[in-house]
Design a protein around this ligand. Structure first.
Ligand SMILES: NC(=O)c1ccc[n+]([C@@H]2O[C@H](COP(=O)([O-])OP(=O)(O)OC[C@H]3O[C@@H](n4cnc5c(N)ncnc54)[C@H](O)[C@@H]3O)[C@@H](O)[C@H]2O)c1
Ligand SMILES: N[C@H](C(=O)O)[C@H](O)COP(=O)(O)O
Length: 303
């Protein structure tokens, strides 16, 4: 039996209502859940959860949907802290996080650009930000850094780690020898050096070395503008994108409702819906619970 920790995320965002809808309307087999959030939310989920949900109340404030506050950001951080500890203490096996506002969290003293970096700090390990959707599986080589910093950040260790993570993700998802497409950094993967030389100078030689090491099929860098189309046609199992929007623009266009953000490489599994706080639609009953549902499902099943 798996026990899954679930954080509320920003209590004025979509997290609480979507987690509530999932836990009270969907079935997750034998799994049990520990939810971290406001007292009123925890008590409601615990009372309606038919013995499968335990609530850990971390604030007595009733937060209004769509009206984010510094206290809400503090609760979001406290929930992450308690959930991370629940895995370290052996009480829970994995964490599902509700979406937070990074900007608001930083305003109240949070020192990380996202939740991936928080869990890496608390649990240890070398994280990879990955996404699993109905149609696409994606690993990012770099994520929460300015675009201008990407070329320098793509050193041998970072680049190879992302491709190794893609091979590992493919294997965990059941592709025996995953086929991996790695996007080039430059338009047309450099067009033979005409549009940039990182592929020729560094990335393709590193891919050649990885071919000898990994149980995976890996081509030289492919143009980023066709990699995802090829994956959609079934020509690849996992795509590696070299920076945030190269991967997440196509991924969210195609798999927004089924997409799960998966943090690989840490001591425990952490997953999240692929959407953000959605403050403008919070509390209106119009948000889709698809991504949150898939995130909880994956946490229950992925070892
Ligand atoms: N895992 C996370 O913690 C996480 C992930 C992404 C973004 N964020 C944060 O969320 C905040 C808002 O970011 P954003 O506006 O770029 O992204 P967003 O995902 O919150 O919203 C993008 C668009 O999708 C819509 N949307 C979001 N979730 C939806 C759902 N479940 N059903 C239907 N429509 C939905 C929104 O209304 C909006 O139009 C930012 O502070 C960002 O940092 C957090
Ligand atoms: N980069 C993610 C996205 O756009 O969906 C998002 O910011 C969440 O990142 P963390 O899981 O690190 O919070």
């Amino acid at each position: 039996m798996r026990r899954i920790a679930i954080t509320c995320g920003d209590p004025s965002g979509l997290g609480p209502e979507l987690i509530e809808a999932c836990l009270l309307e969907e079935s997750y087999g034998e799994a049990e859940f520990v939810v971290f959030g406001s007292r009123s939310w925890c008590e409601k989920l615990e009372s309606k959860g038919e013995g499968r949900v335990r609530g850990v109340a971390l604030s007595d404030i009733d937060f209004a949907p769509g009206k984010p506050t510094p206290d809400g950001a503090r609760l979001a951080i406290a929930a992450m802290e308690a959930a991370a500890k629940s895995c370290l203490d052996g009480e829970c096996d994995a964490v599902v996080t509700g979406p937070i506002s990074k900007a608001l969290c930083v305003e109240v003293g949070y020192p990380f650009p996202g939740q991936t970096e928080f869990f890496a700090d608390r649990w240890g390990g070398e994280p990879t930000m990955a996404f699993v959707g109905e149609h696409l599986k994606l690993c990012l080589a770099t994520w929460h850094i300015p675009l201008g910093a990407v070329p320098a950040a793509l050193d041998e260790r970072t680049f190879k780690h992302s491709v190794r993570s893609a091979a590992h993700l493919g294997q965990r998802l059941g592709y025996g020898r995953p086929r991996i497409l790695v996007c080039g950094l430059n338009p047309h993967a450099g067009e033979g050096g005409l549009l940039g030389t990182e592929e020729i100078d560094r990335l393709n030689p590193w891919l050649r070395e990885l071919r000898g090491e990994l149980e995976a099929t890996i081509e030289d860098c492919v143009p980023g503008d066709t990699a995802f189309g090829r994956a959609m046609k079934g020509q690849a199992d996992v795509v590696v994108a070299l920076y945030h929007d190269q991967g997440l623009a196509p991924f969210k266009a195609v798999d927004f409702d089924s997409g799960v953000n998966v943090t690989l490489g840490l001591k425990h599994l952490r997953v999240s819906p692929d959407h953000g706080t959605g403050f403008e639609i919070a509390g209106k009953g119009i948000a889709s619970k698809g991504s949150a549902h898939h995130a909880i499902q994956l946490a229950c099943r992925m070892k």
